[in-house]
Design a protein around this ligand. Structure first.
Ligand SMILES: Nc1ncnc2c(CN3C[C@H](CCSCCOCCO)[C@@H](O)C3)c[nH]c12
Length: 229
């Protein structure tokens, strides 16, 4: 029996998920709240980490090490890079990187530190379930590379750097840290995002306008995937 972690970064990203559950038990731990529910015979822990790689790492590690989750699904929004991705569209990560991890001064590639790797791959079996669900529900999703960094990207210059350096299809601020934690702890994981903006000079306005609707797109798809687990 799997114990599922469902994670977001912002409250707006998990609010549409929590709406599907009742009899929610709240556990306060390490300056955060963890919501425990039972659903379809599954034990599930839901939390939003707060923004950025450090908070996301703390929450992912807590859900696994303290709550005993053995599968982790992430749902949220992202900035689109691939021009095929329009606002509201869904992207499943097949691999993730950290675009702001930089010791190139020592000849290493962007996103690399000794003992690490530039790209961390997500769990294929979870991606396959997600693709099956997308096909059954006539949902358009793309599978691609997601770049993570501790900055809200709102310039074509930074967006172009991320695209050219990592061939990334979308960007956000938490996925790659969740990936490093799950990979190190050997926990299957899946990262799903819906596009809220295109990470250029309009990003701030688009983000404010589309956060809620895009977070719901991601959450609604994730719930369909949960039903297949
Ligand atoms: N262009 C972009 N650049 C980087 N990340 C993203 C993401 C993905 N999430 C949304 C959120 C944005 C950070 S601040 C939000 C505003 O807070 C308002 C609080 O005052 C952070 O958790 C990462 C969507 N578009 C992005």
């Amino acid at each position: 029996m799997i114990k599922l972690a469902i994670m977001g970064a912002m409250e707006e990203e998990i609010e549409p998920l929590l709406a599907h559950f009742e009899n929610i038990n709240v556990v306060e731990f390490a300056d955060n709240k963890y919501y425990e529910v039972k659903y379809n015979g599954l034990e599930i822990v839901i939390a939003y980490s707060k923004i950025g790689k450090v908070f996301a790492s703390l929450t992912a590690a807590t859900m696994i090490e303290k709550f005993g989750c053995d599968t982790l699904l992430f749902s949220g929004v992202a900035g689109g890079i691939n021009p095929e991705l329009k606002i509201g569209d869904l992207i499943i990560a097949d691999k993730l990187c950290q675009h702001d991890l930089d010791i190139t001064a020592f000849g290493h590639p962007n996103g690399y530190v000794p003992g690490g790797k530039v790209f961390v791959e997500t769990t294929k079996s979870l991606r396959e379930i997600a693709i099956k669900v997308a096909n059954e529900n006539n949902l358009k999703v793309i599978v691609g590379t997601i770049a993570t960094g501790d900055q809200f990207v709102h310039s074509t210059e930074r967006k172009d750097f991320i695209q050219s350096t990592f061939k990334a299809d979308a960007l956000e601020m938490e996925g790659a840290s969740v990936a490093v934690v799950c990979d190190a702890l050997n926990v299957p994981f899946f990262i799903l995002r819906a596009i809220s903006d295109t990470a250029d000079m309009d990003a701030g306005f688009d983000f404010d306008e589309f956060l809620k609707s895009s977070a719901k797109n991601s959450a609604d798809y994730l719930i369909k995937i949960v039903k297949e687990l």
